[in-house]
Design a binder for this molecule. Structure first.
Ligand code: THU
Length: 138
């Protein structure tokens, strides 16, 4: 994937972050997921007063895409930061989101992080080495 395509995905994640509902943590996250068919699906974190129902931006993006019929993905951009101060450091995906990524994407899924200045690119296999997946159930 080229850097200018990555930048477009980052821009979509920055825009999606504006719709974060995160009054309890004050931490807003946005994600933009690129499907193998070339469509972009976005998500933002959505919190709950009882805390545990909170869903991360990445899973909102994945579940929206899967519900739209998508099953294969090539990249996801993630941005996060204080709802007041903005994006100032990298926000790596939590362990639960990494597991959801592994359900629907291959080991070479690009995970693009952005701190407001620079991007960092990882593959899913780098962030979830030796993960449990469907092949373990065969
Ligand atoms: N959060 C995400 O949306 N994605 C991540 O990768 C890390 C954490 C959300 C969950 C919660 O609403 C807030 O950030 C603080 O943990």
């Amino acid at each position: 994937m080229k850097d200018n395509e990555r930048k477009k995905l980052i821009e979509a994640a920055v825009e999606a972050r504006e719709n974060s509902y995160s009054p309890y943590s004050g931490f807003s996250v946005g994600a933009a997921l690129l499907s193998a068919s070339g469509k972009v699906y976005t998500g933002a974190n959505i919190e709950s007063a009882s805390y545990t129902p909170t869903v991360c931006a990445e899973r909102v993006a994945f579940f929206t895409a899967v519900h739209s019929g998508e099953r294969d993905f090539s990249a996801i951009a993630i941005v996060g930061g204080s709802s007041e101060k903005g994006i100032s450091s990298f926000t790596p995906p939590c362990g639960v989101c990494r597991q959801v990524m592994a359900e629907f994407a291959k080991a070479d899924l690009e995970i693009i992080l952005y701190d407001g200045k620079e991007m960092k690119v990882f593959t899913l296999s780098e962030l979830l080495p030796m993960g449990f997946g469907k092949s373990n159930l065969e």
